[in-house]
Design a protein around this ligand. Sequence first.
Ligand code: ZN
Length: 341
Amino acid sequence: MMHYQFPKAELHLHLDGSINPKLAYTLAKQLDLIQPQEDYAAFSHRMIVPEDVPDLATYLACFDLPLALLQHRKAIEECTYDLIKRLCDEGIVYAEIRFAPQYHLQKGLNQKDALEAVLEGVDKAKADGLPIQIGIICCMMIDPVNDNDALNWTTLDLAYHYLDKGVVAIDLAGAEGAVPMDHYRPFFEKARSLNVPYTIHAGEAGGPDHVESAIKMGAKRIGHGGNCIHDPSIVEMVRTNDVTLEMCPTSNVHCKNQPSYPNHPLKPLYQHGIKVTVSCDNRTLSDITLLDEYDHLIDDMGLTIKDIIQMNINAFNAAFGLTSSQKRYYIDQLNTLLSHG
Ligand SMILES: [Zn+2]
């Protein structure tokens, strides 16, 4: 697309929600995960959230098929590689892909196997010379039913051991609010003591108090965070703590966490001086690319290309996996575009 020809960064992208349906169909056939009579059209419908999703359960059900596939090393590696290739096609030069290693244990893999398979996909992209840098974020999960503390500790330990070997940070994802945020304080205290960077999903489905908790736990980046807008004192807290928000408008509208694009908090927060960035969250579930997401910012929110360039400057600045000179390289290019109108 012509009008977004500048270096782009995407910080918030889940592997399991971003699998290429065509590749998934091929892999599902190879792995005997679908009925022989199921055609591609029916299959892909199971991975893409319907336009007007009736409830959260319908949304979450769209993860079942990708997760069934991603129990196999080869499928994990191929899906990772394929996603990276598609990011390149959009002109993204830096992306952070996140996944929860503990969601890949159904067929005998352990968390380390799952991470290594993802990293093999990243290495293959590097070996092929794809012009993109990738950082992997390992998600700890909020489980509303089971005590998964041990699994989360393993995820943190794994991220620590693979830091600078492809992993750039940890995250906390899952059913926001199902377990009090404070429960995860020891995990982030430990992460801080190990110098493992982190981001936290907060203020997506939950309220401003979750954003406040995440900041008090030391998060410099927050996944979504939009609901902080309901409490001006928390918006101020985000601003004064120089926190970057990884915002994903389409995902929020789909999940009904925000009412619409025009009423999404991205624009008012950006205009208030918050460091806003834009990502897709789940490319396949939401059937969206980053370029589509930018179109929504312009067409439905009244933002400009300059605003989007500024949001990319914010993203490069907040990147977990770039050195300061790499950040400067991209930010200088973007600043030049801004100063030349
Ligand atoms: Zn997310």
